[in-house]
Design a protein around this ligand. Structure first.
Ligand SMILES: Nc1ncnc2c1ncn2[C@@H]1O[C@H](COP(=O)(O)OP(=O)(O)O)[C@@H](O)[C@H]1O
Ligand SMILES: N[C@@H](CCOP(=O)(O)O)C(=O)O
Length: 323
């Protein structure tokens, strides 16, 4: 369960008193997620129930970066994207400090996340991603990725001598920790603000329509096609057998391209970008593997899932993206 910072209900009530959101009725720690601590908070204001998400940002999110993330939420929400807006304190602050860590209260969005989407849902995700890319076009902020390809390779090299503790297949499938990807790395592709982590648990649906895009805390300036590659790698495989679902990949690409057409250069780069996207998740999962006790409260994510997806993209090349 991803609640690293434990807060009593009286502490949460005290925190909420800085906001004009009514009085606390209940607060539940949210089990999903691995990065931050989240609570679903219910308040009562003028006899009506209101819902919010209270997030305390943990190790991977730097306090100085919060203004970028939180203003991005407000920018997208103001442009009609299904993104939670931030709630400001009575003093108009978006960000507060809880136990020395940065924290924020954000709008609760309805919907549920879906592990294995139908083609219609995958098309909706593709279209929502293109919508984000278009709506961030006039966002003034920039942020350099904290996990560029070189950093991911270095993170993996730092643990390479212990790969066998995870799975002996890891060093066989990734003998160079991904370094060969640097050779064919594309340049000059269109850039903008990307979500960079649009996994199924970060998209909420109601009746097949996207009602929420959440967890922007890896958002950064980057290649738009890389974001599509992340989303393709995250959605187009079965959760259990890790088998490629070509009809899902196709629907995702078509949904995206209906709103934003890819250039030939972007299309050509997708196989490399998808391998790099997989490597980014292998890198943090390997790091977390050695930092998180096997019997801890936070469930470790399996690095091999994305090592195998990376190998799939390496073998299939452009065939993985045929629409
Ligand atoms: N704005 C929101 N509206 C509804 N549910 C949310 C919202 N933000 C987060 N959640 C819920 O909290 C969970 C964890 O949030 P998330 O931001 O993904 O945390 P982490 O960064 O730790 O992955 C999500 O899977 C979702 O269930
Ligand atoms: N989606 C990433 C991990 C990032 O964690 P999140 O819980 O903040 O989405 C993965 O699957 O490795």
């Amino acid at each position: 369960m991803a609640v690293y910072t434990h807060l009593s209900s009286s502490e949460i009530a005290e925190i909420l008193s800085a906001y004009d959101v009514g009085s606390l009725r209940s607060a539940k720690g949210i089990a999903e997620g691995v990065s931050n601590s989240n609570w679903l908070v219910e308040t009562v204001q003028d006899n009506a129930a209101r819902h919010f998400i209270l997030t305390v940002f943990e190790a991977r999110t730097e306090a100085e970066e919060l203004p970028f993330f939180l203003s991005l939420l407000d920018h997208l929400s103001a442009r009609g994207q299904p993104v939670p807006r931030t709630i400001h304190t009575r003093d108009d602050a978006r960000m507060i400090t809880i136990r020395g860590k940065p924290a924020a209260l954000i709008e609760f969005l309805p919907g549920i996340s879906i592990d294995e989407p139908s083609p219609i849902e995958a098309g909706a995700v593709g279209s929502a991603l293109a919508g984000l890319h278009r709506a961030t076009g006039d966002f003034p902020g920039t942020r350099r990725s904290s996990l560029p390809l070189r950093t991911c390779i270095e993170m993996l090299r730092a643990h390479a001598d212990r790969f066998d503790e995870i799975d002996p297949e890891l060093s066989r499938l990734l003998p160079d920790c991904g370094a060969s990807l640097l050779r064919d790395w594309p340049s000059g592709l269109p850039e903008g603000i990307i979500h960079a982590d649009l996994f199924p648990d970060n998209v909420l649906f109601v009746n097949g329509a996207v009602t929420g895009l959440i967890d922007f805390y890896f958002a950064c300036t980057g290649m738009l096609a890389f974001d599509l590659a992340v989303t393709h790698a995250a959605w187009s495989f079965t959760a259990k057998e890790n088998a490629f679902r070509p009809q899902i990949g196709t629907a995702l690409m078509q949904g995206y391209e209906a709103s934003r057409a890819l250039s030939p250069a972007e299309r050509q780069a997708l196989p490399i970008l998808a391998q790099a996207a997989c490597l980014r998740f292998v890198a943090t999962r390997v790091e977390d593997w050695f930092a998180t006790p096997a019997d801890g409260l936070v469930r470790r994510k399996d690095p091999m899932q994305f090592v195998r997806r990376l190998a799939f993209y390496r073998e299939q090349g452009e065939a993985a993206f045929r629409t």
